[in-house]
Design a protein around this ligand. Structure first.
Ligand SMILES: CC(C)(COP(=O)(O)OP(=O)(O)OC[C@H]1O[C@@H](n2cnc3c(N)ncnc32)[C@H](O)[C@@H]1OP(=O)(O)O)[C@@H](O)C(=O)NCCC(=O)NCCS
Length: 156
């Protein structure tokens, strides 16, 4: 059976989102607070993949990218990342940051580059993911949308 499309997650999906994140070892503490920034893919009623785009002034934070183990390797994370990066472009964000402990290479393959965490803009540094939830050991990655060769117009 084909999997569902990428949909905006509602409050009633938060429990499934938190369980998915915790099961993958990702922080879930601020999901309820950030409730309206998450998107996901369902297999029938089961949330099997998710990701969020947190706005931070002219930047955005790509976060909580997760796919249930059984569904990995089918391009679901790539679909969600591309969907969220397109949203960031449409919102006029100039760059997207992310933190990861285990998947830096995955995001580099999507076009992100590793940067020093100390150099991130203040609005990104102030996010809970940066300031308290992700450990200092996490890699910091950046995609500069205004220089993204895959877009013809840059930031809109
Ligand atoms: C990382 C993750 C989101 C990838 O999900 P996915 O749907 O399997 O990814 P895709 O199908 O888009 O891509 C699969 C490819 O990425 C590679 N890949 C998967 N995880 C990787 C990782 N941690 N590092 C490097 N490459 C990775 C796979 O080997 C596969 O490569 P191939 O296409 O050459 O066979 C998933 O493994 C996951 O949920 N991990 C735990 C949570 C996490 O670390 N999230 C990222 C931090 S926000």
């Amino acid at each position: 059976m084909p999997l569902g499309p990428i949909v905006w997650l509602q409050t009633e999906h938060l429990d499934q989102l938190e369980a998915l994140l915790i099961g993958a070892g990702l922080p879930a503490e601020d999901c309820a607070l950030q409730g309206d920034i998450f998107y996901g893919i369902f297999d029938r009623d089961e949330l099997i993949a998710a990701g969020g785009l947190e706005a931070a002034a002219e930047y955005a934070l790509l976060r909580s990218i997760v796919v249930k183990s059984h569904y990995r390797g089918r391009g679901l994370a790539r679909s969600i990342c591309e969907f969220l990066l397109e949203r960031a472009r449409l919102q006029g964000r100039v760059a997207v940051y992310l933190l990861t402990e285990t998947a830096a290479e995955y995001f580099q393959n999507l076009g992100f580059e590793q940067v020093a965490r100390a150099g991130v803009p203040a609005s990104i540094a102030a996010s809970q993911q940066f300031s308290s939830l992700c450990p200092d050991s996490a890699s910091c990655l950046l995609m500069n949308l205004s220089c993204d060769p895959t877009t013809s117009n840059g930031a809109q």
